[in-house]
Design a protein around this ligand. Structure first.
Ligand SMILES: NC(=O)c1ccc[n+]([C@@H]2O[C@H](COP(=O)([O-])OP(=O)(O)OC[C@H]3O[C@@H](n4cnc5c(N)ncnc54)[C@H](O)[C@@H]3O)[C@@H](O)[C@H]2O)c1
Length: 349
């Protein structure tokens, strides 16, 4: 199997876990680890059985010192754009942790640079690559509930974060809701036309900036979407994916606590549905088997896209529409809930 050499940038909490994902994924090989904190780079490099000479404190030095094919960026959000542009300038394919960028101009710059250089550039939207969302995607594509008309999403957690999230602007919307609003597009198929949002910070929040938000989205086909999210929730926690209600003319899909159920308006529709069992008046759907979930999925998709020279599912071009939606929600919240129109940012795959 053809192996792809990777330079990993960022050896913090998530980067440490990434290194073991890379080690357990066939067809990729860690070549070097970069972190501005030398100890962190060395520690992840040695845990990955790389010599100390493969630990670097800058991407530039790692690009000079190794002959990798691609760069994986797992550093804080504010560093994503400059590092991605540096990797692309160095002729490397690039896999970037979410969020792609902190401004739409920055996101566009990465998309344009990758296109001009013929580089595979992908955002690791790992939440799309799990069995719950894949099951929902299949049901929606099969037309089980008909065209989607309304969606409500609720997300509640109270994670004890420290570090960049505690200090950054709008941590919930920018660092977390990107997963949910990307799934709204990539799993449910709603492309946003307008957005308005409010965000706030509960008195007990550990975050400097707003950690709770309410976002209303109207889709390009008139879909009505209501999203509420909190990283300072004292309510019952949802999963990281959130709790989803997706409704169409023929019925509704509920995706909550890793259970996917289909609700039909007529009792006769619950007599039989392949791959589902009737329980409490709803059809409980068997979750799809996903062989390579989460980052095992994004990493394989990245490698496939490089080798086949075809765009990955969560290319930076596709992600431009997701990050633009998030940043428009932030902007709306700053403007006190103004309704903002999104440009047609979806550049497809
Ligand atoms: N997709 C997911 O489910 C998921 C989960 C957790 C984190 N993340 C993302 O991963 C990224 C990192 O998160 P984390 O929790 O590991 O943060 P962290 O603060 O624990 O680690 C970040 C590391 O990057 C290093 N760093 C900072 N600037 C750098 C630069 N210019 N070059 C090289 N290294 C640099 C820091 O020294 C630190 O070691 C963030 O973008 C975050 O949103 C994604």
């Amino acid at each position: 199997m053809e192996e792809i050499g990777l330079i990993q940038v960022g050896a913090g909490v998530w980067g440490t876990s990434w290194a073991s994902k890379i080690a357990s994924t066939p067809g990729v090989r860690l070549e070097a680890v970069v972190d501005v904190q030398e100890d962190a780079a060395r520690s992840v490099a040695s845990a990955s059985a790389l010599g100390a000479d493969r630990a670097y404190t800058s991407l530039g030095a790692a690009l000079e010192g190794t002959d990798a094919t691609a760069v994986v960026i797992i550093s804080p959000p504010r560093t994503h754009t400059p590092l991605a542009l540096e990797a692309i300038r160095g002729g490397k394919h690039v896999l970037i942790e979410k969020p792609l960028a902190e401004s739409v101009d920055d996101a566009r710059a990465v998309v344009a640079a990758a296109e001009a250089a013929g580089i595979t550039a992908m955002v690791s939207q790992n939440y799309r690559f799990k069995r719950g969302p894949r099951t929902v995607l299949r049901l929606i594509r099969a037309g089980v509930i008909g065209p989607v008309e309304q969606v409500t999403i609720a997300y509640r957690k109270n994670p004890p974060f420290f570090g960049f999230r505690a200090e950054m602007d709008e941590p919930l919307l920018v660092d977390m809701s990107i997963h949910h609003l990307d799934a709204l597009r990539g799993i449910v198929g709603v492309e946003p036309a307008t957005v308005r949002a409010r965000s706030w910070n509960p008195s007990w929040s550990i975050f400097t900036s707003n950690s709770a938000a309410l976002v209303e989205i109207v889709g390009t086909r008139g879909e009505q979407v209501l999203y509420t999210g909190s990283w300072s929730s004292h309510g019952p926690p949802t999963t990281w994916d959130g709790a989803w209600q997706i409704e169409g003319e023929r019925g509704g899909i509920a995706w909550d606590q890793n259970r996917v159920t289909v609700h039909f308006p007529s009792a006769f529709d619950t007599v039989f549905m392949p791959g589902a069992l009737e329980r409490d008046g709803v059809m409980e759907v068997d979750l799809d088997v996903v062989e390579h979930e989460e980052r095992a999925g994004t990493l394989r998709e990245f490698r496939r896209a490089i080798l086949e020279s075809t765009p990955p599912e969560t290319s930076v071009g596709d992600n431009l529409a997701s990050i633009s939606l998030v940043l428009a929600a932030v902007e709306s919240a700053k403007q006190g809930g103004a309704t903002l129109t999104l440009q047609n940012t979806n550049k497809g795959k």
